[in-house]
Write a new protein. Structure first.
Length: 109
């Protein structure tokens, strides 16, 4: 739902105006009062510099998705950088490093 809002809404904040985001995961608190949104900027751009602007836009975004959720209390939105892809790429590089290849021996190369 939030990804749809990102796709169709034009942000007035200059930091977000020309950016494109995707939501990879949302973690809700058990009481449904807080939502941690893991997001990334499309095009392999670092999302971290944009997090303050997303946090400023959180009240607006809550207003955009509140009518669709039908919850009694709309959760507070907290934006975090999704680092899963970066971590997966780091692990892949480690697994293909010469040191690991050496430790695996010639039969595994």
């Amino acid at each position: 739902m939030l990804a749809e809002v990102f796709a169709r809404v034009e942000f007035h904040d200059p930091a977000l105006a020309r950016e494109h985001f995707t939501v990879s995961e949302v973690r809700m608190s058990p009481d449904l009062k807080h939502a941690v949104i893991f997001t990334t900027a499309l095009g392999r751009k670092d999302i971290r510099p944009l997090l303050p602007a997303l946090r400023r836009a959180a009240p607006f975004l809550r207003g955009q998705i509140a009518p669709r959720l039908g919850l009694r209390v709309m959760p507070e939105l907290k934006f975090m950088a999704d680092e899963a892809l970066d971590e997966a790429m780091r692990i892949n590089e480690l697994l293909h490093s010469p040191a690991v290849a050496r430790d695996l021996g010639p039969e595994r190369e």
